[in-house]
Design a protein. Sequence first.
Length: 173
Amino acid sequence: MKLAYTMAPGRGDTDLVLERVAIALAAQGLRCCGTVQINSARADAGPCDMDVRVLPDGAVLRISQDLGPESRGCRLDPAALETAVGLVEPRLKAGADLLIVNKFGKHEAEGRGFRTLIAEAVAMDVAVLVGLNARNLAAFEAFSGGLAVRLPPDVTALTDWGREAALKPAPAP
């Protein structure tokens, strides 16, 4: 199984690292599909806006919703997330070397979002690199059967793994 994840300690750090990895791997000629997250500061000093860019050069979608300044709940827009999944799926099926998913989050932990697409990529022997936070680590480990490789949040280490995993044939059963 060619499945790896990374976790960076600071808020938004995993997003920045995965975006740099996607750029580096594309520059090396790898066919990457998936999403990278872009966080934008808001003028009203509220929580950042969250967008995803569909790889390699697709649409940028706003996946957060403005729930007002006093809200404390999840700001993810589930419909926008599912739109992103719908845009990535044909790119995976058209042929990809690597699937990058910005986050295995709450929706994936509950069986939605990119979860099915991650499983499809693994079944197709496409390398998968996922961003993760500590809150969803147990759900991801259960999903992956504990077989995913944890990698440091380092652009070079992640790029090296992505290139090697994408180019290496799967082991014989």
